[in-house]
Design a protein around this ligand. Structure first.
Ligand SMILES: NC(=O)c1ccc[n+]([C@@H]2O[C@H](COP(=O)([O-])OP(=O)(O)OC[C@H]3O[C@@H](n4cnc5c(N)ncnc54)[C@H](OP(=O)(O)O)[C@@H]3O)[C@@H](O)[C@H]2O)c1
Length: 241
């Protein structure tokens, strides 16, 4: 009894929960997979290359993980991929769109549109296919990013995608209830080039974040039954300076 309260009690722990991590083959998603597996979750990693890299990912995350290959820009891939995954308790989305920084007047708008297709519309496709498979006490955690709040020249597309993601999260918290939906807004996550590391010394936290520091926020949101429609900013105060 004491053990179950500690692991899965009022904080809705992850032990034996089925957690799908889309974009779990690299970066923040890979770290979410590792931390969730370490907390006893059944982890399913989805990305374009996840199944082809099953052995490597099982080594990085832990034995017993499942992998599913899907491309979030394809409706058919998302539908058949989610069918293979089956019922889940939580879904995390941490896909990174292809996007090079560019000033608005010089930017390749086709590339910006493609970034929307991957990050914004990709998560919409996933949510529409997943919501009927999510446990009523389950949740979705999306990924926005500090560019949604703090404007950096040359990042208009990512700024708009991230703030749209945060608004989507608030809108769907009402429509998908009782399933909860939240977002994490990471700031600058290591490794970063020396100029960014230098700029980060001015942040209140005085440095860039480790992936693990950011990913604790995803775990917190999955485990917190009273939090929905919220964006948790993990930026070391970068947006303030
Ligand atoms: N890292 C940062 O400093 C930072 C800061 C702020 C916000 N963010 C946000 O955090 C998210 C994750 O960033 P990250 O740096 O962790 O990214 P990452 O290391 O590049 O990983 C991206 C993941 O997305 C998957 N992916 C990309 N396109 C996909 C597609 N079409 N269909 C399915 N999966 C796809 C990749 O796997 P495959 O190649 O196998 O498909 C990979 O697993 C992004 O949304 C980013 O905007 C990151």
């Amino acid at each position: 009894m004491r053990e179950s309260i500690a692991e899965n009690g009022i904080m809705g722990g992850l032990k034996n929960k089925r957690v799908l991590v889309v974009g779990g083959s690299s970066g923040l998603g890979l770290m979410v997979s590792r931390l969730a597996r370490g907390r006893g979750a059944e982890v399913v990693i989805a990305s374009r290359t996840a199944s082809d890299r099953h052995e490597e990912l099982a080594e990085a995350v832990g034995a017993g993980i499942e992998t599913v290959s899907l491309d979030v820009t394809s409706e058919e891939d998302v539908e058949s991929g989610l069918e293979r995954v089956g019922n889940i308790d939580h879904m995390v989305v941490a896909t990174r769109p292809p996007l090079s920084p560019a000033l608005f007047v010089e930017a390749d708008l086709d590339q910006a549109r493609q970034a929307f297709e991957t990050k914004f519309w990709g998560q919409c496709r996933l949510i529409r296919q997943a919501h009927g498979r999510l446990a009523p006490d389950g949740s979705i955690v999306l990924t926005s990013g500090i560019a949604g709040e703090r404007i950096y020249a040359g990042n208009f597309a990512m700024s708009v995608i991230n703030s749209a993601t945060e608004t989507l999260c608030r809108a769907l918290a009402v429509e998908l209830a009782p399933v909860r939906i939240n977002a994490v807004s990471p700031g600058f996550v290591a490794p970063k080039p020396p100029d960014v590391e230098a700029r980060a010394r001015r942040f209140p936290a005085g440095r860039v974040a480790s992936a693990e520091e950011v990913v604790k926020a995803y775990i917190h949101l999955m485990e917190s039954p009273y939090v929905t429609g919220t964006t948790l900013v993990v930026d070391g105060g970068a947006r303030l300076v």
